[in-house]
Write a protein that binds this ligand. Sequence first.
Ligand SMILES: Cc1cc2nc3c(=O)[nH]c(=O)nc-3n(C[C@H](O)[C@H](O)[C@H](O)COP(=O)(O)OP(=O)(O)OC[C@H]3O[C@@H](n4cnc5c(N)ncnc54)[C@H](O)[C@@H]3O)c2cc1C
Length: 534
Amino acid sequence: MNKTRSWWGWGNVEDAVHGVELAELTRRTSAMLPDTDLRAHEPPDPRSLDIRRPRVTVPASLAHLGSDDLVDRAAHAHGKAFRDVVRNLHGDLRNVPDVVVRPSSETEIVDILDWCSRSNIAVIAYGGGSSVVGGIEPRFDGGYAGTISMDLAALDRVLEIDRTSRAARIQAGVFGPALEDVLRPAGLTLRHFPQSFEFSTLGGWLATRAGGHFATLYTHIDDLVESMRVVTPAGISESRRLPGSGAGPSSDRLFLGSEGTLGVITEAWMRLQDRPRWRGNATVHFSDFEAAVSATRAIAQAGIFPTNCRLLDPAEAFINAGTASSGGVLVLAFESADHPVGPWLDRVVELCRDHGGTLPEPPRRTDSADAPAPTAVSDAWRSSFLRMPYQRDALAARSMIVETFETACTWDTFADLHASVRKAANDALASVDAQGVLTCRFTHVYPDGPAPYFGIYAAGRWGSTLAQWDQIKAAVSEALANAGATITHHHAVGRDHRPWYDRQRPDVFAAALRAAKGALDPAGILNPGVLVDP
Ligand SMILES: Cc1cc2nc3c(=O)[nH]c(=O)nc-3n(C[C@H](O)[C@H](O)[C@H](O)COP(=O)(O)OP(=O)(O)OC[C@H]3O[C@@H](n4cnc5c(N)ncnc54)[C@H](O)[C@@H]3O)c2cc1C
């Protein structure tokens, strides 16, 4: 069945929360936050809204690539963060691209960039539109004649597979599932699975330095890049395919995380892996969160790199895995294409026991090609992980504030950071008069520190939830900045994180980035306001 992408919320219209799932979601929410007004509000029809008419006309030679359809433009106006969904629900579409263009070749991209550079039209590269930081939104000053959203979904092919070096040349507009469908028959995988996998693209992952689902070793997409090809208004940059190189600063590193401000990534050679055969998993309960953190650190520093090492604090374990625990739950998994993983699993279980962890179920493993059954907690966590964005939308339409924020810090600073974020979030919830819960989990762990990921579930007031969230987000972002943590571990900078990113990066680096932008994008048309001012 062909599904319909939602213009206002996550994913497909047909997959939205309804029926039993909706009843259970509202029941659990009411139990957690009694007196919440959970009446549903429907999104408006974009055609009923007073959306600005297009200010630009695509030249005749490119006209077949352009769309000024109102719903198409509305769907390209915002990303998929809570604040995007809420604005859509309220019909707040004040910044809408004038035209959506869909090139299917580099030549067309070059022609579009030439036209826009000459005509002072801003260009926003658009992959899957799953940005959660205002990265694809035409929200900026600067007297542009208009804005186009350059949707790259037609660049969706795997062009070559090099089985010997285990790499593939892949176009930037391919979505996660379509990419894996092509690699699977060759026994290969990119093995990059962000939560947004189904609705985000390779180009978006590269442009935002996305983080995949796996907790250790290859965490960011950066680790998987062999070379990149980027069309800039000043020309095309293509790096050599190399397993490693010490030849000066890396051009790939310049374009990774450039968020559409320096050029349009059209393709990349990506390092692949053989599909895993051997797997093992275990779930460990702790009675004390500090001990759980120490166990997780011991594992991160043991040099054994589990694929999953996700520590859920008690609130997170309860809300998203349905498990009660006083000190948190650690979900562990290993997989390998080459060897059985039993000894590694045994070792991490031993480390957990050393820190007081207990296992309600024995570890599971297969030293054969059959996948082991997941533990009850890891199964519950996985299905809730995939449904979370749909449930977030259902709750956003019912006056709830449901959003996440993420960071990374060194182990020595985690306890203080955790305490100050908790305080900032709870104070902010009180100041916006919202009863709520803060949760924390580690999405990734490194030998020198974790990437904590926080969630807020709070009862808001319909019509005010955006303002309430913005106040909470500013408070927690300040707490992260003051603790010396990063404003983002993998969600990128976009427009929403700019104030804190500007404080985080060294001033001389900002000057170098501005100079690079000046050289690559002399007319300053690419994604204005993101990373640096034009
Ligand atoms: C529910 C949900 C879950 C998420 N989970 C994760 C997660 O697990 N890990 C994670 O890292 N992020 C996650 N994100 C954030 C988002 O999915 C990532 O930032 C993702 O990499 C964006 O990819 P995209 O194709 O949707 O890009 P877009 O949202 O379309 O674009 C993002 C940025 O990249 C630029 N861009 C896109 N394509 C190109 C290109 N070809 N060339 C140059 N610039 C380009 C855009 O201009 C924009 O600045 C999540 C978001 C949501 C809503």
